[in-house]
Ligand binder design. Structure first.
Ligand SMILES: Cc1cc2nc3c(=O)[nH]c(=O)nc-3n(C[C@H](O)[C@H](O)[C@H](O)COP(=O)(O)O)c2cc1C
Length: 242
């Protein structure tokens, strides 16, 4: 059987994955822009539904921005001491932008075969259709009804709440990739859900329909930061083999 894994790759991944910690105390040093670019470029390789990439990583790095944003992250110590605060912003508008940019790429500067281009164009049409009918207001009512009858339908990607779940779900894959990529570059992170979403949205001048599923504090761990491995529940409680 052909396998693409190798002992080296597994060891490298295990080392990286095991080394990543949620760090709450940074040394306050700044994070160079080229590092943020490199980390976000890796995060963009994360999978997303229909390759929609419905997110933006908004990186606050200046002292002024950090001072404005840290208190909106509940003044958590990770936010106060970070060298950069990365606000993950999601929205259907970003998915639409992705589709437009992808369309343009297919029309102008891609070297795919005609057959592949036709395939991707068809995919794009379906994605646009999904984004369009998925936002019909009637879905919100139907979804509330479905959810009451069958809670398992609660994550359907339609209606306003459904699209919010969908964009956030997609962005979280990129966020986790961001954490691992940062770790590979020797940069520490802390994912945070403790923040004032309305205050942050206003401080960043984001439109009302943009949501913030996560803020990531980024920097270099302070010398006295707690970085011990964190307990995980036994694998028997996480893995179900059928
Ligand atoms: C969605 C999410 C939200 C989190 N929010 C916070 C937070 O607001 N503040 C914080 O200090 N840590 C936060 N964390 C970090 C977790 O507490 C941490 O990942 C967990 O304790 C396991 O530790 P480890 O990441 O070092 O393995 C969050 C993690 C996730 C995935």
């Amino acid at each position: 059987m052909r396998t693409r894994s190798s002992v080296g790759a597994v060891e490298a991944f295990h080392g990286l994955n095991g080394r990543r910690r949620a760090v709450r105390q940074f040394d306050g040093s700044s994070v160079p822009d080229q590092l943020l670019r490199a980390i976000v470029a890796e995060a963009q390789l994360a999978p997303s539904s229909r390759n929609s990439q419905p997110y933006r990583f908004i990186c606050a790095r200046s002292t002024k921005r950090l001072a404005a944003i840290a208190p909106l992250c509940n003044d958590q110590s990770a936010a106060r001491s970070a060298g950069a605060l990365v606000v993950l912003a999601v929205g259907r508008r970003f998915a639409r932008e992705t589709l437009d940019a992808w369309d343009l790429h297919l029309a102008t500067d891609c070297d795919l075969s005609d057959r592949s281009i036709a395939y991707h164009r068809a995919e794009l049409r379906t994605s646009r259709w999904f984004l369009s009918i998925g936002s019909w207001p009637i879905w919100s009512l139907l979804l509330a009804l479905f959810r009451a009858l069958q809670p398992a339908t609660g994550l359907l990607p339609v209606g306003s709440a459904g699209i919010h779940h969908w964009t956030s779900r997609n962005a979280i894959f990129a966020a986790q990739t961001f954490l691992l990529a940062a770790c590979a570059y020797g940069i520490d992170t802390c994912p945070m859900e403790g923040f004032n979403a309305v205050g942050l949205r206003r401080a960043l001048g984001l439109p009302r329909d943009v949501l913030i599923p996560l803020v990531i504090a980024v920097g270099r761990a302070a010398r006295d930061a707690r970085t011990e491995p964190r307990w995980r529940k036994p694998i028997e409680d996480a893995l179900v083999l059928l």
